[in-house]
Design a protein around this ligand. Structure first.
Ligand SMILES: Cc1cc2nc3c(=O)[nH]c(=O)nc-3n(C[C@H](O)[C@H](O)[C@H](O)COP(=O)(O)OP(=O)(O)OC[C@H]3O[C@@H](n4cnc5c(N)ncnc54)[C@H](O)[C@@H]3O)c2cc1C
Length: 473
């Protein structure tokens, strides 16, 4: 009999596995992919409040105010006890990770947010590698290329899991009284995403493709409550290129120019529809972009010259760090135009660009926008005056925008021990959920990027929290 079976060897699963061994519990991690770490490999940073790093940097956060802000942001759809628990224990969780050897390069804000994101030195992959090494050292057992297919129950309690080897198709069973779902949520499951929004064709997952909602569906199959589908973690605007998978554009400077620099966005009619500096909250930007049928970023040759040679108009809102210039922007534009990438268009005049993309009101919208720039006040949508940049000098560029999404939260309801609840609000004995599988408790209908790093912070916190609850049983 194994004390704990952890389903998913990503960020939350690795943390739970280490915590289990530290509590002297035998532990098996079942990972359906060939490699470990899940989307934890791509994470930039994790949330913490009152970590040693923040104390050293002189950052103090009023916890009560933070809690109130997040509850208001979610229209009180987030659970106050779960948020409070995360806020109160997130700093010590960051310190625990640091004590394991995880390195952080800094702590700060993301756009207009609380300064809670602790950036992993070397990115999420370096953090994950440290956790894998620690888990192995402590004697965690891993099986890879293996997925959990079914939960086994006895007298209403968890009694084991049925496994399938993804390579051979062979099945086996493991006896345990505790299963922790750490399967990463459902961002890669189009059917479940459609329950969130009907506009799923313009949404692009930038996940590793393995977050298919397995944990929640298996939990539902043994009577877990179908909770609301929570929130999608939008990465704001992103290049919408039907010719390439979305992650291929993640390091693109064209992408930064088009989404982060707050120049001019228009919709399918060529009309402006929002203050483009909305990208200071990438999830709000995602909502604004999805409200239109098609969306384009429009900029001119003067912007390309400024961004590549002088500097950014605006700090990058979805990252704690901004580059000095977009020095590769002219080269990238030339390369992608030569490759006839469908997301990118260029024309000598705005009228030609409008005709090329069928944007009937583009010329009129740009005239109006330039008038606002001249006046120095965006009396249409309220973009900050600093970001009012003219669009006057040909050639002109249009980048088709969609919305990237990093993860999807919701579907399960858990208590503050991370135990999975049934529709009556009682735990299913032996069943736990952590990380994205449980993070619907922290959000309303829009991810709280005002608390940056919260999914990674919760992944780490909840992994330890579930194990602490199991050891108290
Ligand atoms: C590009 C990108 C950047 C991100 N950046 C940030 C960031 O900076 N800050 C932040 O807070 N969040 C970020 N996120 C969100 C990220 O998803 C979480 O922070 C974190 O990875 C959640 O951990 P997790 O353990 O829930 O999921 P994951 O780390 O994705 O792990 C889930 C694991 O479960 C496995 N699995 C799934 N189904 C099964 C099954 N049936 N059987 C066995 N194994 C299974 C998967 O293969 C995967 O390895 C980012 C996500 C992406 C994609």
């Amino acid at each position: 009999m194994t004390d704990v079976v952890i389903v998913g060897g990503g960020l939350s699963g690795l943390v739970a596995a280490i915590a289990a061994r530290q509590a002297d519990l035998s532990c098996l991690v079942v990972e359906k992919g060939r490699s470990l770490g899940g989307d934890g490999n791509y994470v930039e940073g994790a949330m913490g409040v009152d970590s040693r790093l923040q104390q050293a940097a002189g950052i103090h956060i009023d916890r009560t105010q933070l809690l109130q802000d997040e509850l208001n942001y979610s229209h009180y759809e987030a659970s106050a006890p779960h948020l409070k628990q995360l806020i109160d224990h997130s700093g010590e969780t960051i310190d625990w990770l640091a004590d394991l050897g995880v390195k952080f390069s800094g702590v700060g804000a993301q756009g207009k947010s609380w300064p809670t994101i602790h950036a992993f030195a070397g990115g999420g992959h370096a953090a994950v590698e440290t956790l894998i090494a620690k888990a192995r050292e402590l004697g965690v057992q891993f099986v890879r290329s293996t997925s959990v297919q079914q939960l086994l129950m006895n007298d209403g309690k968890i009694s084991g899991v049925s496994l399938r080897d993804e390579v051979t198709g062979l099945t086996s069973e493991v006896a345990t009284q505790h299963v922790i779902f750490a399967t990463g949520g459902y961002v890669d499951n189009p059917e479940l995403i459609k329950q969130q929004t009907p506009l799923s064709d313009r949404l692009m997952s930038v996940s590793d493709g393995k977050s298919t909602g397995d944990g929640m569906q298996l939990a539902w199959s043994v009577g877990a409550m179908h909770d609301s589908m929570g929130a999608l973690q939008f990465g704001g605007g992103a290049i919408y290129d039907p010719m390439l998978p979305p992650f291929m554009h993640m390091a693109s400077q064209i992408g930064v120019a088009a989404t982060q620099e707050a120049i001019l966005w228009v919709n399918q009619a060529g009309e402006r529809f929002v203050n483009e500096d909305v990208n200071d909250n990438m999830c709000h930007a995602g909502n604004a972009l999805l409200g239109q049928a098609r969306t384009f970023a429009i900029f001119d040759a003067a912007a390309v010259k400024h961004l590549s040679e002088v500097g950014l108009y605006k700090a990058v809102g979805n990252s704690p760090f901004s580059p000095d210039t977009l020095d590769k922007l002219p080269e990238e534009l030339a390369g992608d135009l030569a490759a006839h990438r469908k997301y990118l268009a260029k024309a000598d005049t705005l009228a030609d660009l409008a005709e090329l993309l069928h944007l009937p009101k583009l010329v009129e919208s740009v005239d109006r926008y330039n008038q606002l720039v001249d006046e120095g006040v965006d009396s249409d949508f309220g973009k900050a005056a600093d970001y009012l940049t003219p669009v006057k000098t040909g050639p002109f560029y249009a980048v088709t925008l969609g919305v990237g999404m990093a993860c999807a939260l919701g579907g399960l309801r858990i208590d503050t021990d991370n135990a999975v609840l049934n529709p009556q609000g009682y735990p299913i004995p032996g069943l736990y959920a952590i990380g994205n599988d449980a993070a619907g408790m922290l959000v309303g209908d829009t991810y709280a990027v005002t608390l940056p790093g919260s999914t990674a912070g919760f992944a780490a916190f909840s992994g330890r929290n579930a194990i602490a609850a199991i050891t108290r049983e």
